[in-house]
Design a protein around this ligand. Structure first.
Ligand code: ATP
Ligand SMILES: Cc1cn([C@H]2C[C@H](O)[C@@H](COP(=O)(O)O)O2)c(=O)[nH]c1=O
Length: 194
């Protein structure tokens, strides 16, 4: 089973991912951007305010393709549970926002469409829901994606994904205290793996 954690910057995904790693030591824990050289190239682009959004999308896609072949597919073929901190929905929500002013007629559909033939959809996605103001505050506004107006557009993309896949997404109110959020996260994953 492939479980993904999604949400705005600072929503608490990595905190939840670490709690799940302690609780399920036999599962495979991974993330996007990955720690490969493709992931390093992505981070260089994230730190470049002038990066071309389409070029950046394809860096993320290269990292995703490598992640699929090197980590995700082998782990699933072994029968392991895989938990990924960010995955394809991050691309659809974030790059649809960065490409909003591009020549693409419908960036959301375009980014989704390029995943179709190559990706492996998640079985379940925990969406840690915070408002853009809380997200920007918690993340410390350290990169170009952590600005309130951008996060508002990203959140709209996530809402569209949730509307389209109500059975896959589990929304968790992540504005509550950390312990309460983690209780909900572990209860959801316990139920999924039961
Ligand atoms: N429920 C919560 N209430 C208050 N603060 C929280 C909560 N969850 C996480 N935090 C804090 O918010 C900050 C960001 O958390 P975390 O790194 O887990 O978020 P993230 O979604 O992985 O962020 P990013 O996408 O930017 O990597 C950390 O300082 C963390 O301790
Ligand atoms: C996977 C992925 C990530 N992003 C953005 C979101 C963050 O601002 C940065 C780095 O991710 P992190 O979880 O905060 O370390 O990258 C994105 O725009 N598109 C993606 O596919």
């Amino acid at each position: 089973m492939l479980i993904t954690l999604e949400g705005l910057d600072g929503s608490g995904k990595t905190t939840a991912w670490r709690a799940l790693r302690d609780r399920y030591p036999a599962a495979v824990f991974t993330r996007e951007p990955t720690d490969s050289w493709y992931g390093e190239a992505v981070l260089r682009s994230v730190d470049d305010d002038d990066a071309d959004p389409l070029a950046e999308l394809f860096l993320y896609m290269a990292d995703h393709a490598d992640h699929l072949s090197r980590v995700i597919r082998p782990a699933l073929a072994d029968g392991s549970t895989v938990v990924s901190d960010r995955y394809s929905d991050s691309r659809i929500a974030y790059q649809a926002a960065t490409l909003a002013d591009s020549t693409l007629a419908d960036p959301f559909e375009y980014v989704r469409s390029i995943h179709g033939p190559i990706s492996r959809p998640p079985d379940a996605t925990l969406y840690l829901d915070v408002d853009p103001e809380t997200a920007a505050e918690r993340s410390g506004r350290t990169n170009k994606f952590e600005r309130v107006d951008h996060l508002r557009a990203v959140r709209a993309g996530y809402e569209r994904l949730i509307d389209e896949h109500p059975d896959r997404f589990v929304r968790i109110d992540a504005t509550r205290p950390q312990a309460t959020v983690l209780d909900d996260v572990t209860a959801v994953v316990d139920r999924l793996l039961d």
